[in-house]
Design a protein around this ligand. Structure first.
Ligand code: NAG
Ligand code: NAG
Ligand code: NAG
Length: 276
């Protein structure tokens, strides 16, 4: 557990019930009831309290937790003078883990921030076991993020954010279990690299792309030359193919530039030339 985690004062939740305050406690409780009964119509304003749907009230009687867990939502009963209560919000809260400078396993300094979603799962424990459950959770999230990323290489951090989020959620959740906090979700928001490293990585990526482009061009050329050779072979086998090609070329020349074309040679002459 982290240093900040240890700072939170840990008190064991007693399983004893509230009747355990001794004779004095019983006496004070009776007096309190008497007081309520004597001042009846008015005391009700003091005795009945309300919490919202998403809230719970953790009640202490003479410093001891009342048995039966947290009260609410709705109306609950408070004995004046001897009982005190704390309202706990059970809704999911979210906080930003501020950017943490982390030295990765391969000695690169990166700055990483995250978002954590959590809620109070057990109001009693979150009051009794930890001094300030929210603050403790926040500090613990920071140290967990740093510890977690310190064991990873840069490419793991860049490539496996989901994995990092999941393992961070697991370790944070198990650490906050006895604070009555449930960590629902952790998202790694942003991984910032040093500027020089960014440039180096960009140059590397560009070089890789260029190399790929060259390979593709060379492959294309080799295929083209093979096709050309095949065509030449075919033409060698049948001389009439060459003649047809010759005519075709003339045709395409005339289509492009509609000037007058004079056939330089009789085709028969060409064929004899080729046969030779
Ligand atoms: C009741 O609890 C609140 C905090 O929840 C505290 O500030 C207050 O002093 C307590 N009152 C008594 C009478 O114990
Ligand atoms: C909260 O924790 C206490 C102590 O472990 C337990 O007795 C109680 O049942 C828990 N309440 C809920 C709602 O889980
Ligand atoms: C092609 O011929 C047409 C008429 O037949 C003429 O109008 C046109 O200018 C010629 N084009 C060229 C590029 O000589």
């Amino acid at each position: 557990m982290s240093e900040e985690g240890r700072k939170a004062s840990v008190v064991a939740v007693g399983t004893d019930n509230s009747g355990d305050n001794g004779l004095c406690g019983v006496l004070l409780t009776l007096i309190s009831w008497l007081l309520v009964l004597c001042t009846l119509p008015f005391s009700l304003c003091v005795c009945f309290r309300v919490v919202q749907e998403y809230e719970r009230a953790v009640i202490f009687r003479l410093g001891r937790l009342l048995s039966g867990g947290a009260r609410g939502p709705g109306i609950f009963f408070i004995l004046p003078c001897i009982e005190n209560y704390t309202k706990i919000d059970m809704r999911t809260s979210v906080f930003d883990v501020p950017p943490q400078e982390v030295l990765t396993k391969d000695s690169v300094t990166v700055s990483v921030d995250a978002v954590v979603y959590y809620r109070v799962s057990n109001a009693t424990i979150s009051v009794a076991n930890v001094e300030n459950a929210h603050h403790s959770t926040r500090l613990l999230a920071q140290t967990t993020l740093r510890n977690m990323l310190g064991t990873k290489n840069l490419h793991e951090i860049l490539g496996d954010r989901d994995g990092i989020s999941a393992s961070m959620q697991n370790s944070l959740d198990s650490a906050t279990d006895n604070w009555g906090i449930k960590v629902e979700r952790v998202e790694v928001k942003d991984v910032r690299l040093p500027v020089q490293l960014q440039r180096a990585m960009a140059a590397e990526a560009e070089a890789a792309r260029e190399a790929r482009a060259k390979v593709i061009a060379a492959e294309g050329e080799s295929k083209a030359s093979r096709a050309l050779k095949e065509a030449a072979d075919v033409m060698k086998e049948s001389p009439s193919a060459l003649q047809l090609r010759y005519l075709q070329t003339l045709n395409s020349i005339s289509a492009e530039k509609n000037s007058t074309i004079i056939f330089p040679l009789p085709i028969d002459f060409m064929s004899q030339f080729v046969n030779k």
